[in-house]
Design a binder for this molecule. Structure first.
Ligand code: TXE
Length: 484
């Protein structure tokens, strides 16, 4: 299963170009050059995808969950059997280290599909008995045709996280991956054909957000939208979809606090904090970009953390020793550099890293590389500490009391996740209760159980993904009341 130079849409079971036959360039960010092309789809392609989905819906939604389970399980197996090819494609497309795609992204993609393929077999609805009079039961039926739109940071991982529950629940899907990282979604379409997914059940339309993506959002008969991406895009999507009364799940940005108390397991905390700060170049909505450290260990933390950050290897995504690959695109690299410059203007003291791209030699000379950056000395309310950067940039700040650090942690518009490091279980509980976040990790980070609710509060989103929450989102409850 090798990547092609010309990516195709997957509509009605066939691999086809956009109706306009126009293409957009797809860049390999580690070498800074165009290496493939994606269909520049528009409203007409989305309409074609919708019509295919509409034709497929009666059969797919009624074929029974056992049959849907079998097809989806086969799809998961095909991805797993082609792990290396998928991981190499993901690394080339996004700039992330191959070893990360191999150990995290692609395994999680086939796990997502298998998880929801089996979850639907255990999905049950409620009944409400009115003693001596009637019984109510809730039918949970598929919604119909739904739209799934995903970002570039965890391409196949997040694409399948949406598509799998939608399909398992009996919906047909019109989906769009990010135009920055389309390759593994294209490989997924080939895997769907191999798995025997009936034509039109899943349709993958490639192209730009404001064009192909917006056409999905605006389509009058696509009844639900599941979106992961930036908060500003989420706002635009809500503005279009809410007046059309579409069901919406929005997983948006984060500016997550990492709160470190002096009684923590220091070594474990340092290792995990390096991961929570710089994994995937900080391009994970769950990364902890605001690090608050209790004063008695602040200096020790600063010294150790900066020393270890400076030792991180940036470069060749295919090298075993690489920690940080390339930033996903030139535009994003420029955005991160602007954020670093702003942090300096705001009075930040850069403890390591640089506001200049890292110039590699040889093949990677034109790639978008950046050393990880640590700032201190920034006010809590400055833009650097309030706005999402989505890059390898963190700030560190000392604190003295629980009350103070909670105020810092809850000071932003975001509320996706938070991490707390302490051995005091009562304190961990108190802080967890008061944090304004959809997910709190105590003494760990990114430890994920796919059954748990996933999502944020405030400007980090609306609704929850994961486990039964996702199956509830992708089904419409109908109460049936039978009098006896
Ligand atoms: O995301 P976009 P971008 C954040 C992060 C990043 C910023 C921008 O802060 O810097 O978002 O990244 C599609 N109608 N996150 O520009 O634009 C688009 O094609 C319909 C956080 O990549 O939100 C892509 O498929 N669709 C995030 C998807 O939306 C539209 C992960 C996401 O793109 C559209 C990624 C429109 N009008 C970025 N405009 C997280 N929370 O994980 C764009 N799209």
């Amino acid at each position: 299963m090798s990547p092609d130079k010309y990516i195709k849409n997957y509509i009605d079971g066939a691999l086809v170009p956009a109706l306009s036959t126009n293409y957009i360039d797809n860049v390999n960010p580690a070498i800074g050059q165009v290496y493939s092309h994606i269909p520049d789809s528009d409203t007409d392609d989305v309409q074609r995808a919708y019509e295919a989905a509409e034709r497929a819906f009666p059969t797919w939604s009624k074929m029974g969950m056992q049959k849907r389970f079998r097809i989806l399980a086969r799809l998961a197996d095909i991805i797993e059997q082609n792990l290396d090819d998928f991981a190499a494609a993901e690394s080339i497309d996004s700039g992330k280290p191959f070893k990360t795609a191999l150990s995290i992204d692609i395994p999680r993609a086939h796990q997502n599909i298998r998880f929801f393929a089996t979850a639907i077999l255990h999905f049950a609805s409620e009944s409400h008995h009115m003693e001596g009079e009637a019984v109510n039961f809730t039918l949970r039926q598929p919604i119909g045709i739904v739209g799934c739109i995903s970002p570039w940071n965890l391409p196949l991982y997040l694409f399948t996280w949406k598509i799998a529950p939608a399909l398992a629940a009996g919906n047909c899907v019109v989906a769009k991956p990010s135009e920055i990282t389309p390759m593994t979604a294209y490989m997924l379409s080939k895997a769907c054909i191999e798995a025997g997914l009936p034509n039109g059940v899943l349709n993958i339309v490639h192209g730009e957000g404001p064009k192909a993506g917006q056409a999905i959002i605006e389509h009058p008969k696509i009844k639900a939208i599941s979106f992961t991406g930036g908060t500003n895009t989420g706002r635009k999507i809500a503005a279009t979809a809410a007046p059309m009364f579409k069901k919406l799940s929005l997983e948006l940005g984060g500016k997550n606090p990492n709160i470190i108390f002096a009684d923590c397991d220091f070594d474990q905390m340092i290792l995990t904090t390096l991961r929570s700060s710089f994994s995937n170049n900080g391009q994970i909505c769950l990364c902890g970009s605001r690090i608050y450290v209790e004063r008695p260990i602040y200096e020790r933390f600063k010294e150790e953390f900066v020393k270890k950050t400076q030792l991180m290897k940036v470069g060749d995504p295919f090298s075993e020793v690489t920690d940080l690959g390339a930033i996903s695109s030139k535009a994003h690299l420029e955005k991160i550099i602007n954020c670093i410059n702003l942090a300096e203007v705001e009075g930040g003291n850069m403890l390591c890293g640089s506001n200049e791209p890292l110039r590699m030699k040889g093949e990677y000379e034109q790639g978008y590389f950046l050393r990880p950056v640590v700032f201190e000395g920034l006010p809590i309310d400055c833009r650097t500490n309030q706005e999402e950067i989505f890059g390898p940039v963190v700030t560190i700040t000392p604190f003295d009391t629980e009350e103070e650090v909670l105020a810092y942690a809850n000071s932003t518009d975001y509320g996706l996740s938070a991490t707390v490091w302490t051995k005091d279980i009562s304190r961990a509980q108190r802080i967890s209760e008061s944090l304004q976040a959809g997910i709190v990790w105590v003494n760990c980070w990114l430890l994920r159980d796919l059954r748990t609710p996933f999502g944020g509060v405030k400007h980090s989103g609306v609704g929850r993904e994961g486990g039964l929450e996702a199956l509830r989102f992708f089904t419409e409850p109908k109460n049936v009341c039978i009098k006896y």
